[in-house]
Design a protein around this ligand. Structure first.
Ligand code: HAM
Length: 462
């Protein structure tokens, strides 16, 4: 390369993001909380590969779903396998549950996971091509207590992070017994209005009638307003299940509303479906309130937009769920296992962290170090590493600037930090096996032998 030629600079692929150090604070705070909640509620951690056989998702998420039709990163390997970067976590966990014979374990089997997922979406604020979910799946329990427990866990998580105005929307989309009835009611309504709906919805009438309720086109939303409500047409057993769930909801005091048109973009759900949002339910917002809500979504901190990534910072056109899930009683059987009732849900981490920023919630930083080690001279620098390790082992935080040799710049940094004491370790102290502990504000200091350092520091920090 000639001197004048500048090396090409690379950018992250569209729809992905870096988690920079100042953002990592949010992530670690959230991860800490979700780990505690998962284990408290008796969930065990599971990790599945980032790649799976493409067919797994076709058989579970559904061949006519947006995810399978448009959003999967699928490829053929050299050995001619058809593989896909996982677009969601439920199907892989069900696959692992069956493949690893977890059916033989005491039930319910409760599993949680945290990791990245991949969908080739149109990137915009809160909608990424690589994103992270905290997910949980429960196998072998058919009562609504499981949906209530999952909803409670998510709500507790949002609460511990400090999120405000969280509520959940609920619906029941019935089971295989009531689906024929639901289908005929919905299609009868739409058949007489075919000319008034969009082309996509006409296709949805043939392929995936539930998705008619998901259309974002204004004219389709108008038509949906008077469409048959799924819940009116579910069977008696599904009704009893849903009624019992609502009784649990009243007990756990999670704000909820019934949304009779809530359906999900994944085909495996039966009975309960739910989605968490922030703010006021869409159904009770006036048009101008809706615009106001959208305006509140300001620029995210962190990755700076450039031309290529501009649209990723554009406010989303519709409000986005921060978490969602439901029951999927047929999926284990559909993927080759024994009939096993199951339910689960997943939290969208990027969206949650975005809400933390909008609501000006700052994660609690780990406590700032009260000690600053100042070293001077080669011998002192060499011996410093051992001292630092002693402090780490004792669980006492200590700040250092080993890359700086000048005592002045280290004193300045110590003064600017939140440290209360400096540990001054110069050439003489290193030779004598001693160190100076100096209180920064008063300047009072004492010299202690290195082997008594930890005890002396503890005495000062008391
Ligand atoms: P999902 O609704 O597709 O469900 O995704 C769950 C959550 O992940 C969403 O509520 C949203 O917060 C977040 N999310 C989804 N897509 C994106 C994206 N492109 N960018 C950022 N965040 C996103 C599932 O994935 C199911 N597997 C959930 C489940 C678990 N159901 C039962 N068990």
């Amino acid at each position: 390369m000639s001197k004048k030629q500048k090396a090409k600079q690379f950018q992250r692929p569209r729809g992905t993001h870096d988690i920079l150090p100042h953002e990592a604070l949010y992530w670690s705070a959230a991860e800490e909380i979700l780990k505690n909640i998962s284990s408290f509620y008796g969930f065990q951690k599971i990790e599945t590969p980032h790649i799976e056989h493409t067919e797994l998702f076709q058989h579970s998420v559904g061949g006519t779903s947006d995810i399978v039709e448009k959003q999967m990163y699928s490829f053929r390997t050299r050995g001619s396998d058809h593989l896909t970067l996982r677009p969601e976590g439920t199907a892989p966990v069900v696959r692992a549950y069956i493949e690893n014979g977890m059916v033989a374990e005491p039930h319910p089997v409760k599993l949680w996971y945290f990791g990245s997922f991949f969908r080739h979406e149109n990137p915009q604020r809160g909608r990424y091509r690589e994103f992270h979910q905290w997910g949980m799946e429960v196998f072998g329990e058919d009562g609504p207590v499981i949906e209530a427990e999952i909803i409670q866990m998510m709500y507790v998580f949002f609460g511990e992070l400090g999120l405000k105005d969280v509520y959940v929307e609920l619906n029941s989309i019935g089971c295989s017994d009531c689906r024929p009835n639901i289908k005929s009611q919905i299609l009868a309504y739409y058949r007489s209005r075919q000319k008034k709906i969009c082309v996509d919805c006409r296709r949805r009438m043939k392929e995936n009638y539930f998705r008619l309720f998901d259309c974002k086109e204004e004219k389709c939303a108008q038509i949906r307003r008077h469409a048959p409500q799924i819940i009116e047409h579910i069977c008696e057993r599904c009704k009893a299940h849903f009624t019992a769930l609502l009784e649990f909801m009243d007990e756990i005091e999670v704000p909820y509303i019934l949304n009779p048109y809530l359906v999900r973009g994944l085909d495996y759900y039966t009975r309960t479906v739910f989605e968490f949002f922030i703010g006021k339910p869409d159904s009770i917002l006036t048009e101008s309130e809706h615009k106001e809500e959208n305006k509140k979504i300001d620029e995210p901190a962190g990755n700076q937009p450039n031309e290529e990534h501009k649209e990723e910072h554009a406010a989303p056109k519709t409000r986005l769920a921060i978490a969602s899930g439901g029951r999927y009683d047929r999926l284990v059987e559909m993927l080759g296992g024994r009939p096993t009732p199951a339910a689960g849900g997943a939290v969208g981490m990027e969206r949650v962290i975005d809400v933390m920023r909008q609501q000006k919630i700052t994660p609690a930083e780990s406590k700032p170090a009260k000690l600053f080690l100042v070293q001077l001279g080669d011998l002192a620098k060499r011996k410093s590493l051992k001292i630092i390790e002693q402090f780490r082992k004792e669980g006492i935080s200590l700040k250092t600037m080993l890359s700086k040799d000048s005592i002045k710049s280290q004193f300045t940094a110590a003064g600017k930090s939140e440290a209360e004491y400096m540990l001054i370790f110069g050439q003489k102290e290193a030779l004598d096996g001693e160190i100076i502990i100096r209180e920064i504000v008063s300047g009072i200091q004492e010299t202690v032998p290195l082997e008594k350092l930890i005890d002396a520091v503890r005495r000062h920090l008391k």
